[in-house]
Ligand binder design. Structure first.
Ligand SMILES: Nc1nc2c(ncn2[C@@H]2O[C@H](COP(=O)(O)OP(=O)(O)OP(=O)(O)O)[C@@H](O)[C@H]2O)c(=O)[nH]1
Ligand SMILES: [Mg+2]
Length: 460
């Protein structure tokens, strides 16, 4: 799609299906006259005459015949979502009604909006930056309360403000250096070296802090990928069911019950867990089982965290020991299951878990489950919940751009260290400004913007 267009766009902004209300949204110069052509307000006036942001009651009519009883509101530029004239028509929420009104708007000259095009306009018209636009998409998609909290903070501009503050510092330094180039009799870098270095070092620290929390932001936004693994019959599926509080996966006393991976989402402590129950990993010649075991290993590779389940009521087997040797202790929480059969005692082999974080529980009775959930949250958020209020990088694009900016800052600092001239330093500083601008979308290439907004739904 061409990013910038003057068309008046229209879309059904609510999900298609039967509902209380369905909203048709228009944006652009023709939005008001277009709706005035199909809408008859009860009071007899028109949207064009009505006050901005005031709901009018009336009827949508086609060829003099009523189509639906509606409320319509005009939000005049620039006080609207897109900063253009926006009209919303609140119809009854039926597919036929909404399709008909949409058709009438298109017939009246509007173009069907591309996915995310309203938000794209809000971005292009400077109402929001790219991180806020991304937050809009995240808010629509998020399925956890922490995800919502982080996205809402981002929509309010927390990351944008933080990047703005960094840009200001760098711009200040760049202006100093530029002055030195214009008035070469004063060696600016030499004269203000300490101040310039200290400003850039502070930018470096703040970027590094942002980057160190990027994994946390991603986990909160996308959910934590958790693989439940272990040899057959240790209680993996029972643990999945306990976490979901429902009997999702089949549990039997027969080893090898789970043959394929089973994926489900659960929310704990506001965090979304993307849980994968897997086939028991052990040495076997059975072709079907081996295929399941390959998938289990794939799930471990893709997971942020593996829950390695052991049967606390039995001895550690060679299969258990092999798995303990296979997984990364830093990304594993060992679950010593079937505590109900141990009555609180610990198995004699517990000393072998020295490299691992572990919890003891009973998937059958639920004892110890909450403690495990708390440990998972702690692990995912590094006990750093207040940081969720701060500016947070929440996706890979922002992370990559911030990484580039950090590299550029380091380049500039090195240039000063090595005593390079003002001209070279000026180039490095422009690079920093460009990369910081990329985080908030100001210097982002059009094709990338296109891809970002194409992920939105139509009408957003
Ligand atoms: N006593 C007791 N039994 C448990 C516990 N958790 C699971 N079991 C039993 O252990 C057996 C195996 O449980 P599953 O959850 O099917 O084990 P799994 O690891 O998924 O087994 P596979 O899918 O075969 O690899 C079943 O009989 C469960 O009832 C527990 O905490 N205490
Ligand atoms: Mg199972």
């Amino acid at each position: 799609m061409a990013l910038r267009s003057e068309d008046t766009i229209v879309a059904i902004a609510t999900p298609l299906g039967v509902g209380g209300v369905g909203i048709i949204r228009l944006s652009g110069k023709e939005a008001l006259p277009l709706v005035d052509g199909i809408f008859r307000p009860a009071g007899g006036s028109s949207l064009a005459q009505a006050e901005s942001h005031h709901l009018l009651y009336g009827w949508i009519e086609r060829d003099g015949r009523p189509v639906d009883e509606v409320l319509a509101v005009a939000m005049r530029a620039p006080r609207s979502y897109t900063r253009e004239d926006v009209v919303e028509v609140h119809c009854h929420g039926g597919t036929m009604v909404l399709r008909t009104v949409l058709e009438m708007a298109i017939h009246g000259g509007a173009r069907l909006a591309e996915p995310g095009e309203f938000t794209l306009r809000a971005f292009l018209n400077g109402r929001i930056d790219l991180t806020q636009a991304e937050a809009v998409g995240d808010i629509v998609r998020t399925r956890s309360s922490l995800g919502l909290q982080v996205s809402a903070n981002q929509l309010r501009g927390r990351l944008y403000e933080e990047i703005g503050a960094l840009r200001e510092q760098v711009a200040h330094v760049a202006a100093r250096v530029a002055a030195g180039i214009d008035f070469p009799e004063e060696d600016v870098v030499f004269a203000h070296r300490e101040e310039i270095v200290s400003k850039l070092e502070s930018v470096r620290t703040r970027l590094a802090t942002l980057l160190s929390r990027a994994a946390q932001g991603r986990i909160v936004r996308e959910g934590l990928a958790v693989a439940i693994v272990g040899r057959p019959n240790v209680g993996k599926s029972s643990l999945l069911n306990a976490l979901l509080r429902e009997n999702r996966a089949i549990v039997t006393e027969i080893p090898g019950t789970t043959r394929d991976t089973v994926e489900e989402a659960a929310e704990i402590g506001g965090l979304m867990l993307r849980l994968v129950d897997t086939a028991g990993i052990h040495r076997t010649e059975d072709v079907v089982e081996r295929a399941g075991i390959d998938r289990a290993r794939g799930a471990i590779e893709r997971a942020d965290l593996a829950l390695l389940v052991l049967d606390g009521a039995e001895r550690l087997t060679p299969d258990d020991e092999a798995l303990l040797g296979e997984v990364d202790p830093a990304a594993t929480l060992v679950v010593v299951n079937k505590q109900d059969r141990l009555h609180g005692a610990q198995p004699e082999w517990i000393g072998k878990l020295a490299d691992f974080a572990w919890v003891a529980l009973s998937a059958l009775t639920g004892a110890g489950l909450q403690e495990m959930e708390a440990r998972i949250c702690q692990w995912a958020l590094s006990d750093d919940r207040p940081a969720l209020e701060d500016a947070l990088i929440t996706n890979l694009r922002q992370e990559q751009a911030a990484r580039n900016a950090l590299q550029a800052v380091e380049g500039a600092l090195q240039a000063i260290c090595r005593g390079l001239g003002d001209e070279l330093l000026a180039v490095d500083l422009q690079r920093v400004l460009f990369d910081l601008g990329d985080i908030v979308g100001e210097t982002t290439a059009d094709d990338l913007l296109n891809r970002i907004f194409a992920e939105f739904c139509i009408g957003k």
